[in-house]
Design a protein around this ligand. Structure first.
Ligand code: NAD
Length: 357
């Protein structure tokens, strides 16, 4: 098969880590008989420098015409003083909107080789965990009506949460589909004891669940979920939740994995195309020094193979190569636990993964 992939390296370490992921995709292509056609476009600060805007039209058109999109990161101190509407982050929000991406998938797992970096208690670490957070991305309180007004106690501010049945149905389907590629268990998180949107959320998730009899589903209140994530994270497979709850819980989940530099993500919409990116930023402090950890971007490319192209064996092969490199002791500076000897550069770490593919 031939797949067209748009690359958006962006700023800071973006070009270095995306280059690593491209090498891995090329090797996978050669091994499994696929060709990947790459087109590189501008986004973020580098796009502002070259064209005056963070998301040039050509970038949007190329992304929409491709089979999938791999992004590095955007932003950096150089553009921090620009007005909000012209900042690099606008490019990221803009491309998510243009591609209609309403589902955010963030896996969080504990790498056996990096157990020492996990902040949880030893007996919990011993059990390990491997979960997928599915967050609704374009609805809820972040997009509801808001404002300031005169209230009962004087000036007040308000934000409103609204969810339509359609929005809940489609995120629930995304979660059940993701569960079918994993251990077939979904926990839906809400605050149904208080919020009407959560009661509609719960009803709708259970209605959708009827179409997925092979997947088990249960509900959990968000306060309990925040607690269970640190007490018993191995209990979770797929977690589905609203925009704000997901924002908070996915950060909690990434923290307990102890190695934010290893975490990939996917943003998906109605088409399978999707946008795949590491969860970390552009790391301006180490940009251009060949020190960045490329693994989160390489794992994002693996997610792309699995979710955009249904190439399960190919995605597994990349993940296994990364696992093996870590088990064999390969470390970039960010995951070396303070060690100074034997630290790998970005290109060396990429080579170690390639060797194990
Ligand atoms: P950051 O994630 O870029 O960096 C935080 C720390 O982690 C830094 O010390 C950095 O060196 C380190 N780090 C991050 N990724 C690493 C990697 N792959 N390998 C090794 N070390 C790594 O977060 P920040 O410093 O808060 O933000 C820097 C810039 O990135 C800002 O302009 C911010 O707006 C932007 N940002 C972009 C995205 C995105 O593009 N999705 C996300 C977050 C932040």
């Amino acid at each position: 098969m031939n797949y067209r992939i748009t690359l958006l390296p962006g700023d800071g370490i973006g070009p270095e880590i995306v280059a690593g992921a491209v090498k891995v995709l090329e090797k996978i292509g050669a091994r499994f008989g696929h060709t990947f056609e790459f087109t590189t476009c501008l986004i973020g600060g580098c796009a502002i420098d070259a064209t005056g805007e963070p998301l040039p039209r050509e970038t949007v058109e190329t992304c929409l015409a491709s089979d999938s999109v791999l992004l590095g990161a955007v932003g950096g101190p150089k553009w921090d003083t620009l007005p909000a509407a012209q900042r690099p982050e606008k490019g990221l929000l803009g491309i998510r909107a243009a591609m209609g991406l309403y589902t955010n998938l963030r896996p969080a797992r504990l790498y056996p080789a990096l157990r020492g970096a996990c902040p949880l208690r030893a007996d919990i670490v011993e059990k390990g965990f491997d979960l997928m957070m599915v967050r609704e991305l374009t609805g809820g309180i972040y997009f509801g009506e808001r404002g300031r007004r005169e209230g009962k106690y004087g000036p007040e501010a308000y934000d409103t949460e609204a969810y339509s049945v359609m929005e809940i149905e489609r995120i629930a389907r995304a979660a059940f589909e993701a569960a079918r590629k994993r251990r077939k268990d979904v926990v839906s998180i809400d605050k149904a004891n208080v919020l009407e949107t959560s009661r509609l959320w719960r009803e709708t998730v259970h209605r959708v669940a009827a179409d997925y009899p092979d997947v088990t589903v249960s509900d959990m209140l968000v306060d309990n979920a925040a607690m269970q994530l640190v007490r018993n994270p191995s209990r979770f497979d797929v977690v589905v939740t609203s925009n704000m709850f997901g924002d908070i819980l996915s950060d909690e989940a990434s923290q307990i994995s102890g190695s934010i530099g290893l975490l990939p993500s996917a943003s998906l919409g109605e088409t399978r195309r999707g946008l795949y990116e590491p969860i970390h930023g552009s790391a301006p402090d180490i940009a251009g020094q060949n020190k960045a950890n490329p693994l989160a971007t390489i794992l994002s490319a693996a997610m792309m193979l699995r979710y955009a192209f249904d190439l399960e064996a190919e995605a597994d092969a990349i993940e296994a190569a990364v696992d093996q490199a870590l088990l064999d002791g390969c470390r970039t500076a960010d995951i070396a636990g303070g060690a100074t000897e034997g630290i790998l550069s970005c290109t060396q770490m990429t080579q170690e993964v390639l060797k194990r593919l």
